[in-house]
Design a binder for this molecule. Sequence first.
Ligand code: URP
Ligand code: ZN
Length: 370
Amino acid sequence: MPGGIDTHTHMQLPFMGTFAVDDFYTGTRAALAGGTTMIMDFALPQRGESLVEAYHRWRTWADSKVCCDYSLHVGVTWWSDKVAEEMEELTEEHGINSFKMFMAYKDTWQLGDEDLLKSLKRCKELGALAQVHAENGDIIKENCRKLLSMGITGPEGHELSRPEEVEAEATNRACVLANQVGCPLYICNVTSISAASALGENLRRGTLVWGETIVAALGTDGSHYYNPCWQHAAGHVMSPPLRNDPRTPNLLMELLNAGDLQTTGTDNCTFSASQKALGKDDFTKIPNGVNGVEDRMSIIWENGVVSGKMDPCRFVAVTSTNAAKIFNIYPKKGRIAVGSDADIVVWNPHATRVISAKTHHQAVDFNIFE
Ligand code: URP
Ligand code: ZN
């Protein structure tokens, strides 16, 4: 079958006072070991930084290390006329065809509605695909303040500060804003039933919106935030968080099969125990991110195909073909045909393996699927 395409990774991302431990070498080596032959990563400028300079920095990091094919989405993490100009330069001269805006991470990457609207309009003008990380960052900031003042400092505070409706509200708002300016929209990392429902309602009202879910949300759940082992609980901290509703993985898988959700990424952004420990006394300081790039194909095969929720053709669609079509690299990728890239995976449906941080190919010392 066509090699997997992971639509959402963050190799060696500088984030929350440290760098993701899996870089473009260990991360893409692991991707290949798991049947993924292309990753889509993000160049994310600091507020005020040139988008083009950020793009070149990520190229320098990646080009010298990657083992598989990759592409970059570029983040619009602040707004000005220069940003608008650089978006054009990136599309015209560097082949960037998607930009990502964050509705969360207040005071760093978050855009307010006015700037988000401007970015969506600009994407529309340029014919680039607009992506959003949909969570209400203002509410999250206030919830974190409240929880800390109540003495809740552990990893469970992360999940409590970002309830499902915080994701669902932002998902709906993003759909409405995009629809108002006629801009096709891609919602990244949908992790909750509520957000998926908001997306589905907008889809059925006629909004041109695609949804990506994350293998972490298909393969495990938010009960781990309540594990008495701090390290274990912190190892699951990611945004949007895993949900403490055990129905979530199955329902997201069903929506992938039904077509409400189209793609599967990982948001692979790994931090080892010593890095997670930056938030030992304050959950807001735990670097956000988990693994997935190596195990995505296996987890979706196991929980999707083996469990009977999707057939092997749909598996190929949600692990590569849909991504190739949405991000405009089809039929070079996402298809086996004369003239297409020979990114071919030979999959043994009867093989078994044990997932373990001790044996995986990633650099990180923890595996949420173990
Ligand atoms: O927890 C996550 N997702 N970390 C990476 C940054 C982001 O939100 O994409
Ligand atoms: Zn991400």
